[in-house]
Design a protein around this ligand. Structure first.
Ligand code: NCD
Length: 352
């Protein structure tokens, strides 16, 4: 693995070895205090973040590395109109690893084309968030012993929720996972995710009601309605508060259910659930730090590499208004195949 842009970039063997490293770190943190000694992480956050930004920073500090970057692009040259390419080329000259969150879908993939050091996608718009998935899989594996054969309910904004998309991608690497996709119809998973699940022979069902499926679940993964991704504010108003998990709704759930949430929560899990032993979302955030420590000990220690010349694009081929190619016109027009569809290689949107 050179970059982590999409969880699909990781083979099952690579995930298993990352988890193994993560377990060693959790069990023997003192053995890893210098694992990234002398290494520097750049943290480029073009979009708000608490957990991901803090957990990456604390992860790097706990393995002996140092950190620089911005949490608000208004304080960087981005505000002067600098392209993503120029920012990344320059930053990758200073750092050993670049962690980037950006509101444009495919931004981390675009950055990786120009970087001399590994790029880690810390969230690209409503597209993907693979390091949240390392937190999620670590939580499930640590608390349940494994992921194979589980029934997983994903509930909320499955259209714009990037953590959901990355988790589904990851689950393709395990055996016999069943997905209950719980969302209002207008917030169902994007077509490229459906195509991905079909292509990988994954079992899934799409429903609108939460209560009827709760008794069948081993994991219930709640998500926030992603207000900042809505073009139409009325669509947000129609869907906010649609799912609220309460203590009463959990009465019919399995006793060993895991209630997960990438956080931040708004109102989709009521506070009276927090003290239920099945609620593991705060532990999940802590597991995320250990997973990022494991990731950084690998990626921050890789040799620098010249990415080579990149073709210069002229007009975007992708019509998704939130795709990075709509804003950064020099990007090469890359495409890929996904479940029989020709898709944009940056944001996965199907090309007509
Ligand atoms: C998520 C994100 O940013 O996508 N948060 C996180 O990284 N833990 C989920 C969200 O914002 O709803």
């Amino acid at each position: 693995m050179r970059h982590l842009i999409d969880f699909g970039d990781l083979s099952r063997a690579e995930w298993d070895s990352l988890y193994h490293r993560c377990s060693e770190i959790m069990d023997h943190p003192a053995d890893f205090l210098d694992a990234c000694k002398g290494r520097v992480m750049a943290s480029l956050f073009y979009e708000p973040s608490t957990r991901t930004n803090f957990s990456f920073q604390t992860a790097m500090l706990r393995v002996g590395g140092t950190v620089f970057g911005f949490a608000d692009p208004r304080s960087s040259s981005v505000a002067k109109g600098e392209t993503l390419k120029d920012t990344v080329k320059m930053v990758s000259g200073y750092a050993d690893v670049v962690v980037m969150r950006n509101p444009l879908e495919g931004a981390a993939k675009a950055a990786s084309l120009y970087s001399n050091v590994p790029v880690i996608n810390a969230g690209d718009g409503g597209h993907m968030h693979p390091t949240q998935t390392t937190a999620d899989l670590t939580t499930i594996t640590r608390l349940r012993g494994g992921v194979d054969g589980l029934s997983v309910g994903l509930c909320g904004d499955l259209k714009n929720g990037r953590t959901v998309h990355s988790l589904i991608k990851a689950m393709a690497k395990f055996q016999g996972v069943k997905f209950f996709l719980i969302s209002p119809r207008e917030l169902a998973v994007p077509e490229y995710m459906r195509a991905f699940m079909r292509e990988n022979g994954m079992w899934f069902t799409e429903v609108t009601g939460l209560e009827s499926v709760i008794p069948s679940l081993d994991v219930l993964y709640m998500t926030r309605i992603q207000r900042e991704r809505f073009v139409d504010p009325l669509e947000y108003e129609r869907n906010k508060g649609v799912y609220i998990l309460t203590r009463r709704k959990l009465e019919r759930a399995r006793r060993d259910l895991l209630v997960m949430h990438p956080l931040p929560r708004v109102d989709e899990i009521s506070i009276d659930v927090d003290d239920d032993p099945r609620a593991v979302y705060f532990e999940q955030a802590r597991y995320g730090m250990f997973a990022r420590m494991a990731l950084l000990t690998d990626l921050a220690n890789q040799p620098r590499m010249d990415p080579g010349a990149v073709e210069i694009g002229t007009v975007p081929v992708c019509r998704n208004p939130r795709c990075v190619t709509q804003a950064e016109h020099y990007l090469p027009p890359l495409v890929k195949q996904n479940g029989g569809l020709t898709c944009c290689a940056y944001c996965d949107a199907a090309l007509e």
